[in-house]
Design a protein around this ligand. Structure first.
Ligand SMILES: *Cc1c(COP(=O)(O)O)cnc(C)c1O
Length: 403
């Protein structure tokens, strides 16, 4: 089961003796002092029974790690300076020269850039697979495959894959799987316990769940942070050792911002979901729009997979894309984007302000896989916390600029 807001709000926190408040402290330190040399030698930074150095954790970062682990249904969690750093940290910890990593064709773009850049330079090869076809993933797993990335739905194009089947392929072949769970935010489904038809199969999901806390957990558009959650002790230690050696840490103030936003996570997620669905349905009926890509909408690619995993009245993030009719030239779609007033142009999502970005999808896809069937230009819309009616009016006036 996904985490409940009560679990995040009434999460264990032991305030300093004599200071009975619910709000956690913001502890800042590089140096942590030891009472004597014996204590200095005895303290093991790998476990959370003590503090050794600011980079290895403070009471503030340990608390957020524990709360994100609760949110994701994990046992362990590591914090890193961005969502992308969570992806690179997993690759760094688990891959070596000669290994291969598999990425869904609609993977978060910079993850692909990392595979084509640093990973290639370090002798790690990659292949892209069609995430809608578990048989395609299975076919590509070879003797060099060490890691499979999963993402649901795909970045920007929003196809919802048969996630439980993809994870099962990895499990059967003994390959570690890592899920980018930013969209689901630990609320729409649990990345470790997938299932179908409303039945959850414990342990059937990914081995590692990463989350761009930059998005919904921050909720303010003012923090960059990522998390890496695991259930397996040995896997966690492997990740933690690499995390330590690479010197990844997060700031206390940023950590506190996320701690402050977590209690309202589910409220915001539900509100942005409801607003996005209303706008997506409205856009679906507009003559300018060829296809709305929103996993909770019937007729959207992978809708049946979303329904099987998240349930008939399941949750979805407040994020969707529209493909315009091909009669609207790219320049006209740019004019639509430029005409938006409440929607601002910019990357990221999960904050209070609605955002729009046009994408050139064919340039992002593998031509051989042929996973992109549309001809028109795609615009991704991230719905914020404004009034839905105001957002609809903004879209309506901007559609006039399409010509
Ligand atoms: C935003 C995002 C990331 C990266 O997060 P940053 O904190 O911006 O680096 C990774 N994966 C997905 C799916 C995202 O949407």
């Amino acid at each position: 089961m996904p985490a409940r807001p009560t679990d995040l709000i009434h999460h264990r926190y032991v305030p300093p003796a004599g200071f009975e408040a619910l709000q956690p402290g913001v502890f800042k330190a590089s140096t942590v002092l030891f009472p004597n040399v014996a204590a200095l030698r005895a303290r093991d930074w790998k476990h959370k029974d003590g503090y050794t150095y600011g980079l290895h954790g403070t009471p503030t970062t340990f608390l957020l790690e524990e709360r994100i682990a609760t949110l994701e249904g994990a046992r362990h969690c590591l914090l890193v300076p961005s969502g992308l750093a969570a992806i690179s940290a997993v690759n760094c910890a688990l891959l070596a020269a000669g290994d291969e990593v598999l990425l869904p064709d609609n993977v978060y773009g910079p993850s692909k850039a990392l595979a084509e850049g640093e990973l290639a330079r370090w002798g790690v090869s990659h292949q892209r697979y069609d995430p809608m076809k578990p048989a395609d993933l299975e076919r590509r797993i070879g003797p060099k495959t060490r890691l499979v990335w999963l993402e649901a739905p795909g970045s920007v194009t929003m196809e919802f894959p048969p996630l439980a089947q993809l994870a099962q392929v990895c499990r059967q072949r003994g390959i570690t799987s890592a899920l980018d769970n930013t969209w689901g935010a630990g609320l729409a489904f649990n990345g470790f316990d997938l299932g179908t038809g409303g039945r959850v199969a414990p342990g059937s999901g990914a081995d590692i769940v990463v989350h761009a806390l930059t998005k919904y957990p921050s909720g303010g558009g003012d923090v960059l942070m990522g998390s890496i959650a695991t259930r397996d002790d040995a896997l966690h230690i492997k990740l933690k050792l690499s995390h330590m050696r690479m010197g990844w840490g997060v700031g206390a103030n940023d950590t506190e911002s996320v701690l402050r936003s977590l209690p309202s996570l589910e409220l915001r997620y539900r509100a942005q979901d409801a607003s996005a669905r209303a706008l997506a349905r409205w856009l679906q009926a507009r003559p300018e729009v060829a296809q709305v890509l929103h996993p909770a909408l019937e007729g959207s690619p992978g809708h049946e997979h979303w329904r099987a995993l998240c349930g008939d009245d399941g949750l979805a993030a407040g994020l969707f894309s529209v493909v315009f009719h091909e009669r609207h030239e790219p320049a006209q779609v740019d004019a639509f984007c430029d005409a938006l007033r409440l929607f601002r142009l910019g990357y990221s999502w999960g904050g209070p302000v609605s955002l729009a970005v046009p994408y050139d999808i064919p340039s992002m896809r593998s031509a051989q896989l042929g996973t992109w069937p549309y001809r028109g230009v795609l615009v991704r819309l991230a719905i914020g916390l404004e009034d839905t009616a105001d957002l609809q009016a903004d879209l309506e006036q901007a559609l006039r600029a399409l010509g």
